[in-house]
Ligand binder design. Sequence first.
Ligand code: EPU
Length: 417
Amino acid sequence: MKKIKVNKSLELAGTIRVDGSKNAILPILAATLLSEEECIIHDIPKLKDVEIMCQLLKVLGADIEEIESNTLKITVKNITTCEAPYELISKMRASFLVMGPLLARCGNSKIYMPGGCAIGTRPIDLHLKGFKALGTDIKSENGYVNAKTDKLIGNYIYLDFPSVGATENLIMAAVLAEGETIIENAAEEPEIVDLANFINSMGGNIIGAGTKTIRIKGVKKLHKTEHTVIPDRIEAGTYMVVAAATGGDLLIENIVSSHLQPIIAKLNETGAHIEEYEDKIRVVSNGIIKPVDIKTLPYPGFPTDMQAQFMALLSIADGTSIIHETIFENRFMHANELMRMGVNVKIEGSSAVLTGKSELTGAKVKATDLRAGAALIIAGLIAEGETEITDVYHIERGYADIIGKLQNVGAKIRLEE
Ligand code: EPU
């Protein structure tokens, strides 16, 4: 079984380049199903989740060619099946994002119902409500969601919660529908904007992405395109926290600083010094961390995907910090693992109370999800002795070459196969 071993490594210094965004590329890959023509996409991160989405696209009929490192040419001349099998959906929830494009392109889809996961139950009711509003009949049979439509017709869709996945899936369905669709209370994440830019570059007509109201005027067909994925703001944020926690000095390249504002604001409050440049950011810290309170919220609020990494950081703060998780009902699995390393944290409902000044020591711990894994690496970098992290596959789903990138800035971290 693969393990990551981490030893205390303070004052990490150097430069780290951030890869393309995982949560932007996954819906963009799904959106390639919308056109018969070729899509060339640059800066695709080498991640397990990207591999799974590409496997699914191939099952559905895509021809995928790596024309350069991190650049794929994807052509879906014909959709050969509209069924997304259990084996792939159960490996990655985001595979459900092919439902919108399949309905748009073929008028039907049969997709295994994604289940809950380590961070919560994660229902898909908002996706389905939206598809129904666009004129789809939906039935659940033998664990599959069976959807059929004669023709998608634009409609007004109000999302009870600004779900990232539902907003993406519905944009992709609406783009080839007849007439106009308005998605109200839409998610505003930068990944939604990147998806809309990608589809618009293929001839789509999406206005308002990045705001609460998105208007999509249906078009008949989408043509070929070339697109570069936005940088991963969560990967960038994770390395920013590494710099703060280790009392380091890291220059993080390939970022969009406007996407990082909630993370920058909170890191500033912890006392880290931050210099913003056009596409780089420098984080310098003396390792003395002030306590801060955090509440996760939909963008532009503080991202839930940075909550675990901040828990590792705030464990050594000089005083009490409270983290309130509002997006997922069960996203504190990392707290148990961090406790094994000596973190003083108490979970009370949807809040975590960290009393601070924890003296961390290395331990055998398990990555319970992707961001939990990142938090354990951060804790391992500041703990005395050796930390051994298992269930490494979670980390490989979302951080390209995290070990190499951290070794380059002085971290004592290695992978054992
Ligand atoms: N929700 C519903 N009904 C729905 C859809 C969502 O109740 O139909 C609830 C969820 O259960 C959850 C909340 O709404 O409590 C937010 O879910 P959302 O749909 O916004 O999340 P997602 O699209 O499933 C994406 C990211 C997650 C990230 C969340 C929130 C991708 C592939 N995944 O998930 O990323 O945490 O948005 O920002 O984009 C990660 O990268 O580690 C990760 C988990």
